[in-house]
Design a protein around this ligand. Sequence first.
Ligand code: CA
Length: 223
Amino acid sequence: MRILVVEDESRLAGFLNRGFKEAGYAVDMAANGEEALFLAETNPYDLIVLDIMLPIFDGISVCRKLRRGSIDVPVLMLTARDDVEDKISGLDAGADDYLTKPFSFPELLARVRALLRRKNAVKTTRLKVADLEIEQTSRKVFRAGTEISLTRTEYGLLEYLMLNSGQVVTRTMLSEHVWNDDFDAFSNVINVYVNYVRKKIDHGHDKKLIHSLRGVGYMLKDA
Ligand code: CA
């Protein structure tokens, strides 16, 4: 999942960038409203964390412009104080949720997960395809009841395939939603990682769940 974090205070921005990356998300950063708008219009983000007080345009104008442009990415606003006016304007501008500063990072992560579940119309934190299960809060993966250990990138890849199970997932989708900016588009890193995940998930099982569609991408499905 790729998140855009819009925050102009550099210490908080650095903290959020590291925190989201450690939690397994791909992260882009913007430090003002103009940059935020440009990035949000050119990349298919899964979620935007948007500070209200920003240089150039504030967070409320950014959100309003996105919604006017029919960009319906989930937006979580950060308000500087417990200001009811800010919360009302944020929600009226089309934000999906807000959090008041100072906040705890675990609470921010929990709200981000809740918004992503809502976006993907998933009601629980457990995803299941055949006998493959992942628990999103603990990031644990099980095949036929046996826990499988995955690296951060492998987990991000598998979670994205599971959220889109039964649908074609292209290499472009994976590069946009799973990889951080160290991604080299001309390398075969995606194939390599899909093969790592496939080895861990499908090896030794008669029923293969991860399928390659030549020239198109991948599909995770039961059967
Ligand atoms: Ca700010």
